[in-house]
Design a protein around this ligand. Structure first.
Ligand SMILES: [Fe+2]
Length: 252
């Protein structure tokens, strides 16, 4: 399944190339993201010791999770779901009809489709098909790990607006976002204005990681040290930092 997914996704992405064979740079970014998420998933799944069939399905779901991004960008020219389409749902719809499933375990197919459909939800459901939820959690961990590192890379290169056109590279935290964090401990995209805001939101993603090996990957990447140096620590964000540190320590 993993091998078939790689072949199919490469072919599918090719259909979005222009006459000279080029992909829009933002589409190329999603292409490379897909394979890096697969690489993260491989490391996490390898450490989880899942059986072969579930591992294979997990790798396929991880690679295919952003299938919807390609038609989304082609149709709407944006990756903002709010002003276009739910790319998780769109991806699952495309895969349901276009992926060469060739029979196989129908339950596993549904779990892969479910994981793709759910991967971008603000929160995952707590109940439902067990395999779907396991794959969805795995996809989200693998995805988050790549986005953390991707934002870091673009920020370090001073070109964060290539990745996130709507945010301001400089400036402190928006009061609305800090208020959100202090009231319900969570922040949302709609209150993200600056890079600092985005990094703070990403810091809170650490609390949502699902699997022990994902915390190991995070630790190995040095991302937390980088973000601490970049954001600094202040009274308004101290509570979040403590929660993140407690969570990291409990996963050791
Ligand atoms: Fe996505």
């Amino acid at each position: 399944m993993r091998h078939r997914s790689e072949l199919w996704l490469a072919d599918y992405i090719d259909t979005f190339r222009d006459d000279s064979g080029r992909l829009h740079p933002l589409v190329e970014m999603k292409r490379t993201h897909s394979w890096r998420v697969l690489a993260n998933a491989e490391r996490i799944v390898g450490a989880l010791g899942w059986d072969e069939e579930l591992s294979d399905g997990a790798l396929a779901a991880s690679l295919l999770h952003d299938t919807g991004r390609f038609p989304q960008f082609a149709t709407y020219g944006t990756y903002y779901d709010g002003s276009s389409v739910d790319h998780g749902r769109l991806g699952a719809d495309v895969l349901a009809v276009s992926f060469p499933w060739r029979g196989g375990d129908a339950g596993l197919r549904e779990a892969i489709l479910g994981a793709v459909r759910l991967h971008n939800r603000r929160e995952l459901p707590t109940e439902g098909d067990e395999r779907t939820l396991r794959l969805a959690r795995l996809v989200r961990d693998s995805d988050k790990m790549d986005v953390l590192n991707l934002v870091r890379r673009y920020a370090e290169e001073g070109r964060i607006n290539d990745l996130l056109p709507k945010i301001t590279p400089d400036g402190g935290h928006s009061p609305e976002l800090l208020r959100e964090f202090s009231t319900d401990g969570r922040g949302s995209y709609r209150n993200v204005r600056t890079l600092q805001d985005f990094l703070l939101l990403q810091l809170s993603w650490v609390l949502d990681l699902n699997y022990g090996p994902s915390f190991c990957l995070l630790k190995g990447s040095g991302w937390l040290q980088w973000v601490e140096a970049r954001l600094g620590r202040g009274a308004e964000t101290e509570k979040l930092w403590r929660s993140v540190e407690d969570r990291m320590a409990s996963e050791e």
